[in-house]
Design a protein around this ligand. Structure first.
Ligand code: TYD
Length: 136
């Protein structure tokens, strides 16, 4: 499935512990305009339920774990994020849902645009219309 990729983030470790550095247009392959994080998600909650028209994002579980469902209108994949060194880049027209949050999960998201509700597709039928329109 196109529109997403998994990247390994280099851990800089020493006897004190570990560190990961994120750099704009380095290991983060876009301009970073926004960072937000999702935490304290209650057990059993499913979030997301949207696609983006243009947005590029990098998702990292800096603590705990969760699973991201990606759907291109034909196929679905479930990506488990369970390490702070695992990054999920989403840049295509993909419907996404996040679930299976561990109680300690902190899901950090870096994005290449400010928050704009106009970039969201929050209805699955509208998402499928957009998929058809794009000939995917
Ligand atoms: P929403 O996208 O609905 O998150 P989820 O589907 O995971 O629950 O966002 C929840 C609320 O937060 C919504 O009112 C929009 C607001 N929000 C911002 O103000 N800025 C942001 O960067 C994001 C991601 C959300």
């Amino acid at each position: 499935m196109n529109g997403y990729s998994l990247i390994d983030l280099r851990i800089i470790g020493d006897e004190n512990g570990s560190l990961i550095a994120l750099e704009e247009n380095g290991n983060v392959p876009f301009d970073i305009k926004r960072v937000y994080y999702i935490f304290n998600t209650k057990v059993g909650v499913r979030r997301g339920f949207h696609a983006h028209l243009k947005l590029r994002q990098l998702l990292i579980c800096t603590s705990g774990s969760c699973t991201v469902l990606l759907d291109d209108g034909r196929k679905k994949v479930d990506v488990k994020l369970d390490s702070p060194s695992k990054g999920l880049i989403i840049e295509g027209l993909l419907w996404r849902e996040m679930y299976d949050f561990s109680p300690d999960c902190v899901l950090m998201v870096l994005a290449d645009e400010h928050y704009r509700e106009e970039d969201y597709i929050r209805n699955y039928d509208s998402f499928m219309d957009e998929v058809q329109k794009n000939g995917i």
